[in-house]
Design a protein. Structure first.
Length: 211
């Protein structure tokens, strides 16, 4: 059963949210050199890599970056990246470092065969099927301080948002999933992280671990 609600929202509505300081994005730099360039221009106060230490230095060109959006940066995403699987939007009242700590816990998983692999949850093609298979407890772990996660609506010029169902909303049927466990993020665990947890994931969405 799926315990998430998916809605389509206009770009204009999301743009207004960017003006309120409650909107973030995780930008995927893989095959997109404009992302690290933009991140450097924004500076550490508004954009940080989800990797750190040696992994961050070696893989800056393909790292996922957490960005605190303003209207100008949101407009840049819609103008430069919108037609591609560029990453995801995040609505939250937490600050940049709190969200970074939270999302780093999702970066690696242990698959059914015991191998540790990278989990590209910030790829919208991965995220939607992943969220559809989560239990209520797993959704609480994934969302944490996040209100909703979103991505480009490729069927229209808008944004698809996904949030956990409320208590009065009915779940829907979905297929079975593969069980995974969250592993320690690259560069060492952040303070306060817990042990590995079990999460569902389709095998085709997994990537090799960070060296």
């Amino acid at each position: 059963m799926s315990l998430v609600r998916i809605d389509s929202v206009s770009v204009l509505s999301i743009r207004r949210l960017a003006a309120s300081s409650k909107l973030f994005a995780i930008l995927d730099a893989t095959d997109e050199p404009r992302v690290p360039e933009r991140v450097r221009a924004l500076g550490r106060g508004r954009a940080v890599s989800l990797y750190r230490a040696t992994a961050d230095e070696q893989l800056w060109a393909i790292a996922p970056y957490l960005v605190h959006l303003d209207v100008a940066t949101f407009d840049w995403i819609t103008e430069a990246l919108w037609a591609d699987p560029w990453g995801i939007l995040v609505s939250a009242t937490a600050d940049l470092e709190q969200l970074r700590t939270h999302f780093r816990r999702l970066l690696t998983v242990v698959g059914p065969d015991g191998d540790t692999v990278m989990f590209r949850f910030y790829d919208p093609r991965v995220l939607v099927s992943f969220l559809m298979t989560c239990s209520a407890e797993q959704l609480r772990e994934v969302y944490g301080p996040v209100e909703w996660l979103g991505w480009t609506d490729w069927d229209g010029y808008g944004v698809v948002t996904c949030r956990p169902l409320g208590p009065d909303e009915a779940p829907v049927e979905v297929g079975p999933s593969v069980r995974l466990r969250l592993s320690r993020p690259p560069g060492g665990a952040e303070p306060g992280t817990r042990g590995a947890r079990s999460l569902p994931r389709q095998v085709f969405s997994l990537e090799p671990p960070i060296p």
